[in-house]
Design a protein around this ligand. Structure first.
Ligand code: IMP
Length: 178
């Protein structure tokens, strides 16, 4: 892909590896939620690519909803401040919720969302994250379904951005300054 001036991309997790892993996660989730009223909740914007692929890898009559929270703004550092900027469209009463997140970094965002959703009438709330930067964690959050552990590096692609760029990249890449 063409890059912004002064940036170079290096593949960390390839689109093929993502595809294989998403299929595995889809099979596990299909088995675990068989017979349950499942709703996937995508956290915007970063999860939009992952949730699209994951939803199609799950062989169940599920529903999809979205939430947007502000945590990073235009900076690459976590502010620790989490605010709902777009709430769910539908009630969670009687539903089994699977939160679909692109990446867990400090855990601050998911910790807030997890606590918040548990208070909204769902039968269960679990978390599925494509990427996990375990070494960066500041608060413990349970990641029930995980794609890949990655090192403490800033990554883009497959939904993830730097200042809104590179969400359309099929691989997860490191951004190198050239
Ligand atoms: P946390 O609250 O620190 O866990 O941050 C979670 C959010 O920060 C993710 O949903 C992403 O939007 C963003 N984020 C964390 N690490 C990265 C990264 O390496 N690249 C792009 N966005 C990231």
């Amino acid at each position: 892909m063409r890059t912004a001036a002064g940036e170079r991309l290096e593949v960390l997790v390839s689109s093929q590896d993502i595809k294989t892993r998403v299929e595995q996660l889809g099979k596990r989730i299909s088995a675990d939620y068989d017979g349950k009223d499942l709703v996937l909740i995508g956290i915007l914007k970063g999860s939009f690519v992952f949730i699209a692929d994951l939803a199609r890898a799950i062989d169940l009559p599920l529903a999809v909803d979205f939430m947007a929270v502000s945590s990073y703004g235009m900076s690459t550092k976590s502010s620790g401040v989490v605010r709902i900027v777009k709430d769910l469209d539908n009630s969670l009463d009687g539903k089994h919720v699977l939160v679909v997140e692109d990446i867990v970094d400090t855990g601050l965002t998911l910790n807030y969302i997890y606590g918040h959703l548990k208070s909204r009438g769902a039968m269960s709330v679990k978390i599925c994250a494509l990427l996990d930067k375990v070494s960066r964690r500041q608060v413990a959050v349970p990641v029930h379904y995980k794609g890949f552990d990655i090192p403490d590096e800033f990554v883009v692609g497959y939904g993830l951005d730097v200042e809104e760029r590179y969400r359309n990249l099929p691989d997860v890449c490191r951004v190198m300054k050239s």
